[in-house]
Structures are given as structure tokens and as C-alpha cells.
Design a protein around this ligand. Structure first.
Ligand SMILES: Nc1ncnc2c1ncn2[C@@H]1O[C@H](COP(=O)(O)OP(=O)(O)O)[C@@H](O)[C@H]1O
Ligand SMILES: [Mg+2]
Length: 366
């Protein structure tokens, strides 16, 4: 049947935000805190598909209705500065009626709305990203508003540095500004080791965890009942558990159950199983493959040695299977934890941190 509820793709706002109320509260409290407080700079850390971009989009909506002009999530890459300035100017559309041309001119003259040449030739200094941002903050402040910048898919690169350094300088000038960055665990750990960005280690970090099964179960129950899909309560709970708390897998499983159901909502065990396996296959192709991109042969051997254990693995056993010393296995462990691929269960015990990663590794063969 036609899918009215689920949308499995990256960075789109879901019809309903499932779970994440604590995270949202934490982030919005940051915006409500005093300018300059450490909660004004946030790092959202989590594997692909855990809902980092979605969370930022939600915060952006909150911010817009609570006295901020907002640069919605912008990817840290070439052309980013113009995009951020452009987004801020359009978010504060009414505020910038008169000053827009001046701010957007100079180095960013390519912006659609900056037609005129300034009376004064902008020096490199006054045309810099930081200078424009500063001017936007001042202009916004005249109208009692603050400024929020959101940087997505943060890399340890010059673009991230530029935004973070500008933020830090403007905080020093006591501007009403906030910054939220999001990225993968391994990348963020690189960013935090960047000498230029050490001040970010003091910013508040939000580690995204999988969503609660109960919340997914409740959401599925409501959606499937509304669409008249005939699943038992046990099957709905099973579907929720199969997501392993991944919001992306939740969208995929919900979507395939819906499209495989007949127009009358009929769904037997065979169709149900097919929906689950189709969703998981798509998840593995989209996500596990990308998560493993660029990891070394040694790291791969470490992860494969973990697949012998259905649940968690003892480091000691993994080391034995690899034929290395436990101390040496610790260096793999550390790296794989930073990459967000595994997590610690207890002392000397680890497990996969990405849903379906074990199954994916097994499917690749030995
Ligand atoms: N809290 C949530 N509730 C419902 N769907 C969500 C939620 N978070 C993420 N999603 C869905 O999961 C998918 C991936 O989310 P996204 O924010 O793009 O992940 P990330 O930025 O962490 O890679 C999208 O299809 C999105 O709609
Ligand atoms: Mg994203």
C-alpha cells in the first residue's frame, strides 16, 4: 500500500520525531542559556543514520521561534561560508532589509541578492567570514535576536576551523551566538585533537544512542493501525526490536512493511519476513559498507574476529583468534571505538556499535 508515514532517506525531517526528547531538551536548554556559556557550543556525535541531521533540524525550528536567526545544517566543505551567511540573511529576512546588500557584498558578491557595489571598497578584512558574521550578530542584536550556526558532517578540515574560530572570537566579543556541530565519532575525535580547535573539548558533547524500542514500538503501532495493516502486537514489537534502535532502519522497516502490505492491509508471515529482510539488506548496503570505508586490513581482521561471538566479545578471545597479544588488541579496540564501530560493554568486553554490522561482516564471508 502507499506509504504515508515513513521516509527512509538521509537528512530529511521525519513526519514524527521518535524519541530524542531528552536530547532535544538538552540542546534547546543550551540555546536558552546565557551567551558565552559552554552549553552554547555543542557537538552531536553519532554514527551515520542515528539522526544527527534530523536533531539539528528540530533544534533549528525551536531556535527560529525562540529569538534566533539560524543557519540550518551546512556541510563543512568548500563554499560553506557563503551558504552560512546566505542562510542567516534569509532567516533574518525582515531584519536585514536595509543592511543585507552591505553584508553580503565584498568577498561574497556572488550571492544572488548582492547586486550593488559598495561605496567603500571592502578590504579583505571586512569581507571575511568572521567580519560578516560579526555584523550579522550586531544587526540581529538590534532586534533582540541571537544567531545560531549549524555545521553538519564535520571534518577535521580548514572549514571546520574557520567556523569554530570565528565562533570563539565572537563569543570573546560577547555576541549572542550559538554553534552546533555534528559528526561521526572518529572524525570528531580527530577534530578534538586539532590544536586550533582544542577549545572545543570544553564544549558540551552529546553522544547519540539508539532510540528506545518502546518508543519505536509505540510509533509503529500507531502508524500500522492508522493504515489498517494487519500485524499482531508481537510482530510490531518484533519489528521494533529488529531496528536495533536505529532511526534509519526504523524508517526502512516501516517503509517496506507498508509497501509490501496489500491495499487491504493484508500482511502474512511471509510478507512480513520479506519486508524485514529487504529493509535490512538495504540498510547494510547503505550503511555498513560506508561505515567500514577506509578501515585497514588489521582493523578488519579485528572486527571479523569479533563475529564469532553472537553477543559481546571478550578482548582476550578476540586477541587469541587474531593471534596477537591482548595488549596489542587494545590498540585496535581503541581505534575501533573512536570510529564508533564498537563499544565497551564492561571491562575487557566489547560489542558492535552499528546495527547489523556483525551480520554484514559475516555476509562478506571469511
Ligand atoms: N528521531 C527520529 N525519528 C524518526 N526518524 C528519524 C529520527 N532520526 C532520524 N530519523 C530518520 O533516520 C534517517 C537518518 O537520519 P539523519 O538525521 O539523516 O542521520 P545522520 O545525520 O545521523 O546520518 C532519516 O531517514 C530520518 O528521517
Ligand atoms: Mg547527517
Amino acid at each position: 500500500m502507499e506509504d504515508r508515514f515513513f521516509s527512509p532517506s538521509f537528512g530529511n525531517k521525519p513526519q514524527v520525531l521518535v524519541g530524542r526528547s531528552n536530547e532535544l531538551r538538552e540542546l534547546t536548554e543550551g540555546l536558552d542559556s546565557k551567551p558565552g556559556s559552554k552549553e552554547r557550543a555543542r557537538l552531536i556525535i553519532g554514527q551515520r543514520g542515528l539522526g544527527k541531521t534530523v536533531l539539528m533540524l528540530e533544534v533549528a525550528d525551536y531556535a527560529k521561534s525562540h529569538g534566533y536567526i539560524v543557519a540550518s545544517p551546512t556541510i563543512a566543505k568548500k563554499g560553506m561560508e557563503q551558504k552560512i551567511i546566505e542562510k542567516l540573511l534569509s532567516s533574518g529576512n525582515n531584519i536585514f532589509e536595509h543592511s543585507r546588500r552591505r553584508i553580503s557584498g565584498g568577498a561574497f558578491g556572488a550571492l544572488g541578492f548582492s547586486v550593488g557595489i559598495e561605496t567603500e571598497k571592502p578590504s579583505k578584512e571586512s569581507g571575511s567570514f568572521q567580519a560578516k558574521l560579526s555584523e550579522i550578530c550586531d544587526e540581529a542584536a538590534k532586534h533582540g535576536k541571537g544567531v545560531v550556526i549549524m555545521l553538519d558532517e564535520v571534518q577535521n578540515n580548514a572549514y571546520t576551523e574557520e567556523v569554530a574560530v570565528a565562533y570563539q572570537e565572537l563569543v570573546g566579543e560577547e555576541k549572542n551566538i550559538a554553534m552546533i556541530m555534528a559528526g561521526l565519532p572518529a572524525t570528531i575525535s580527530g577534530v578534538l585533537n586539532n590544536r586550533v580547535l582544542t577549545f572545543l573539548t570544553r564544549s558540551s558533547k552529546l553522544y547519540l544512542e539508539p532510540i528506545n524500542y518502546t518508543e519505536i514500538d509505540t510509533y509503529y503501532y500507531k502508524c500500522f493501525r492508522e493504515m489498517g495493516i494487519t500485524l499482531s502486537e508481537e510482530q510490531i514489537m518484533d519489528a521494533a526490536v529488529q531496528t536495533e534502535g536505529s532511526p534509519y532502519l526504523m524508517q526502512l522497516i516501516g517503509h517496506y512493511i507498508t509497501v509490501l502490505a496489500g491495499d487491504d492491509g493484508f500482511m502474512d508471515d511471509t510478507l512480513y519476513s520479506r519486508a524485514i529482510s529487504t529493509a535490512k539488506k538495504e540498510y547494510m548496503n547503505d550503511l555498513c559498507e560506508v561505515a567500514l570505508h577506509g578501515i585497514s586490513g588489521g582493523d578488519m581482521a579485528f572486527l571479523r574476529a569479533m563475529t564469532d561471538d553472537p553477543g559481546s566479545s571478550k578482548i582476550q578471545h578476540v586477541a587469541e583468534r587474531m593471534g596477537v597479544s591482548p595488549a596489542y588488541a587494545q590498540t585496535y579496540k581503541k581505534r575501533m571505538m573512536e570510529a564508533g564501530l564498537i563499544e565497551k560493554v564492561s571491562r575487557g568486553e566489547i560489542r558492535f556499535a552499528v546495527p547489523m554490522l556483525r551480520e554484514y561482516l559475516i555476509s562478506l564471508g571469511a
